[in-house]
Design a protein around this ligand. Sequence first.
Ligand SMILES: N[C@@H](CCC(=O)N[C@@H](CS)C(=O)NCC(=O)O)C(=O)O
Length: 210
Amino acid sequence: MIRLWHVAQSRSFRVLWFLEEISAEYDLVACSFFDRSLRDAAHLARSPAGRVPAIEIDGLPMHESGAILLYLAERLAPQLRIAEGAPARAAFLQGLHYAETLGAHLANLTQHHIVLRDDWMRSPTVMRLEARRLENALRAIGPDWVAGQFSVADIAIGYAVCMAQRFVPLPQTTARYADMVLERPAFQRAMQKDGPAQIYTRDFYAPPEG
Ligand SMILES: N[C@@H](CCC(=O)N[C@@H](CS)C(=O)NCC(=O)O)C(=O)O
């Protein structure tokens, strides 16, 4: 039995998308960033930092999207990971972790554009710098799947690429990669289950001029 604690548009989308890729049976617990439910004792027992994704897999709690994707792939969908010792294993592991290099820029940009509500709280310099760094980091992505075939590394990276296009224009090869992601039926099903927007209400958040 799998239960996923999820907030729309957040990194828990990665796990939702994976579960759709393998047509798993699962319970989806829709959570909110705004009602403090991620800080209650029950949730902190699943996710010590009070975040999403959090998941229970036959009673086993896990948090941290990359680790969840790899663990679930090993257990339930070996075709979505690259096995130890295989030539593409290095590219696979690198992609799985590089998703959080992109994630760090996305988190900074989300903080600045959305979480910090008043202009005086924001640093235009950091906003411009982070947008530039994100755009540079995206150049490593695409046009093909990260490890030569679709894998959970592409679920981790694909989510980040989709979020990134809210802040920067995608480099050409990355845009082709994004098209492949959007075409996947499981990605489309996960989008339908994602729920009403909780974080991003605009298609694009331009860096401040200067
Ligand atoms: N590296 C973690 C990051 C988890 C994370 O920061 N999740 C965000 C949503 S994208 C969250 O729950 N934020 C709520 C908070 O910081 O209070 C992962 O990939 O699972």
